[in-house]
Design a protein around this ligand. Structure first.
Ligand SMILES: [Zn+2]
Length: 293
């Protein structure tokens, strides 16, 4: 009897310890979930124009635009733009002007006007051997002169500029930063939840959580962002009067020169080159529906 009593006592002690831990974990998880729900409610989920993919942007776009303006100005002070009297710089401005005009027109017509509302578009060419181009939130676009021999013509340039502009308009940077923020918030909540557990259990859990965040959330999104920028880039070039059927050939030329240690942004991530070029070809008929001749 006493043995039973003792055993029961030990068992109930274990049970109560477990229950305490479970309750603490649940309440911390509830807290974490409330933070997530609160953040989503405050900022709201939105849809990427044209692809209709649901996305979550937790950082006010105005803040990102302000941040990018500082970085952009700093970049230009160190890398003076090629004067627009030169033909290549003129071409960059001309292609950029056409793409931004089509984007503004489309967004305003289709209820996405606020996407590009705070944008003050600028298109600059800088002298550099680098094969690169980028667009910061707010519409600050820079093309490196090293890119031009690869893009070869106006349509090729339109595809690459369309791709870079797509990253900004689709708010990929905001989305990526939001995911990181969320991963960190989750990390803090889990850390609190596991405070009373033995150190080794806690470490295993945190490692598992970290790996989960990297593989499960962040990496596939980067692939998704590249594919989405390709699709939007093709649509943007089509809307601006350039045949999107020319996009895959730009890509083929890119692949041939992609031997350097630092690949251009457009080649920076997965999916693999062959998959990506096949995807571009597959998307030509869809993008051509937007083609304005
Ligand atoms: Zn890209």
């Amino acid at each position: 009897m006493s043995l039973f009593y003792k055993d029961n006592s030990v068992i109930s002690e274990f049970l109560s310890f477990d229950n305490q831990l479970i309750n603490k974990t649940i309440s911390s998880m509830k807290c974490y979930l409330s933070i997530v729900i609160f953040l989503v409610m405050v900022t709201g989920c939105s849809k990427v124009p044209l692809t209709n993919r649901k996305q979550m942007n937790l950082i006010p776009e105005s803040e990102l635009i302000a941040m990018s303006l500082t970085n952009y100005n700093e970049f230009l002070s160190k890398n003076p733009p090629v004067p627009s009297t030169q033909s290549d710089a003129k071409l960059v401005k001309q292609v950029g002007g056409k793409i931004s005009a089509s984007i503004i027109r489309y967004m305003q017509k289709n209820g996405f006007g606020e996407r590009v509302k705070g944008y003050k578009w600028e298109f600059n060419l800088v002298n550099s051997k680098e094969i690169n181009a980028w667009c910061m939130p707010g519409g600050k676009v820079v093309v490196y002169s090293g890119l031009l021999p690869v893009t070869q013509d106006e349509a090729g340039l339109a595809f690459v500029m369309g791709h870079e502009i797509a990253h900004a308009v689709a708010r990929h940077g905001n989305e990526r930063m939001s995911q990181m923020l969320l991963a960190e918030t989750g990390g803090i909540a889990l850390d609190l939840a596991l405070m009373n557990k033995p150190a080794e259990t806690r470490n295993i859990f945190m490692t598992a959580y970290g790996v989960g965040s990297t593989v499960g959330v962040l990496l596939p999104y980067s692939r998704l962002h590249e594919s989405e920028a390709d699709k939007l880039g093709m649509i943007f070039m089509a809307m601006s009067g350039y045949d999107p059927a020319l996009a895959p050939s730009v890509w083929e030329r890119m692949m041939k020169i992609n031997t350097g240690a630092k690949p251009p942004e457009i080649l920076s991530t997965h999916p693999s080159d062959q998959t990506r070029i096949a995807d571009l070809r597959k998307y030509v008929p869809t993008a051509q529906k937007y083609f304005v001749r």
